[in-house]
Write a protein that binds this ligand. Structure first.
Ligand SMILES: CCCCCCCC(=O)SCCNC(=O)CCNC(=O)[C@H](O)C(C)(C)COP(=O)(O)OP(=O)(O)OC[C@H]1O[C@@H](n2cnc3c(N)ncnc32)[C@H](O)[C@@H]1OP(=O)(O)O
Length: 268
């Protein structure tokens, strides 16, 4: 029974991982408003995971999970400006208090974990560990590694990520590590593929590094759907400066749709 509940939750997790059903509810909120909210939240750290069993919820998500893609004090003015630009595109037009047209842009929230506790089933507990965290969202020091926010455009089947590369991502002296860039490209193209196609895994990722990316840079990661063929979702990607005058990296990615069972070792 517990195993069944847990499997159902995992199905939900995978849907949410594709981030199809989440809305941020932040449209129209300015950077400064967000920053003051975030600073307040930070004093009530979300990193403490040692809740006693009696306080564990049957609902697998924290009541107020921290959205790591909201502005924080480590964001540079350039990062804030790009955030404000795309966040403004998420606004819904209203006329006389009534919604006129829903904007095609939507900010995707980003959490460092999806399931709070592994509640049952030997396979599930192997798969989901209580201390597991999303790779890009597990460093306490804000701004030290991956600071990013993803905006998707449903109509254009594309997305833009604003990414600020922190000091712990150094590869070549003074520049961002190619693996860190690949991580971000996998994350962004994977978010888009998941948004469009549901549960997926990366099957293939091809990268061309065109120019070295200085550490601390703010860049845009543009991803777009190329095509969907059966279970295969093909995504193209390019990483540019925020004014798009400089090309850093180009990529193509293939994602294959999977069933929940795939993560348990089943190929059905
Ligand atoms: C919010 C954060 C988002 C983060 C997103 C990050 C996502 C990830 O990083 S996932 C981790 C990295 N990826 C993995 O570990 C995946 C490991 N690989 C696998 O599990 C499997 O090989 C998997 C799922 C990709 C495909 O396996 P399976 O489901 O059996 O499909 P399979 O039948 O082999 O292939 C399906 C189709 O894809 C094609 N295909 C599979 N792999 C490849 C590949 N590497 N290159 C080209 N084509 C491929 C096959 O040829 C087949 O094509 P067709 O339907 O035309 O015959």
């Amino acid at each position: 029974m517990l195993g069944q509940i847990a499997r159902r939750r995992l199905g939900l997790l995978l849907l949410l991982h594709g981030q199809q059903r989440l809305s941020n509810g932040l449209n129209g909120v300015s950077f400064n408003q967000l920053l003051s909210k975030e600073t307040h939240r930070h004093t009530q750290s979300s990193f403490n995971t040692s809740s006693p069993i009696s306080t564990m919820s049957l609902w697998p998500f924290s009541f107020q999970p921290r959205d790591f893609s909201l502005p924080n004090s480590s964001w540079s003015p350039e990062m804030c400006k790009a955030y404000d630009h795309y966040n403004a595109l998420c606004d819904t037009d209203t006329e006389n208090g009534e919604e006129k047209k829903r904007a095609p842009w939507k900010k995707l929230p980003s959490y460092n974990r999806s399931i709070k506790y592994a509640t049952g089933g030997i396979h599930l507990s192997k798969l989901i560990q209580a201390k597991a965290r999303l790779f890009t969202r597990n460093v306490k020091e804000q701004g030290a590694t991956f600071e990013y926010v993803v905006f998707v455009n449903k109509e254009e089947k594309s997305c833009v990520c604003v990414f600020q590369a922190g000091r712990l991502l150094e590869g070549a002296p003074g520049h961002v590590h190619g693996g860190a860039i690949a991580t971000m490209i996998d994350t962004v193209t994977g978010s888009l593929a998941g948004y469009l196609s549901g549960p997926i895994m990366t099957a293939n990722l091809n990268l061309d590094y065109r120019n070295p990316m200085p550490l601390g840079s703010v860049v845009l990661i543009h991803s777009a759907l190329d095509r969907i063929e059966g279970r295969k979702t093909f995504i193209t990607c390019k990483v540019t400066s925020t004014d798009e005058s400089k090309l850093y990296t180009e990529a193509t990615a293939l994602f294959v749709s999977i069933s929940v069972g795939h993560l348990f070792g089943s190929r059905n």
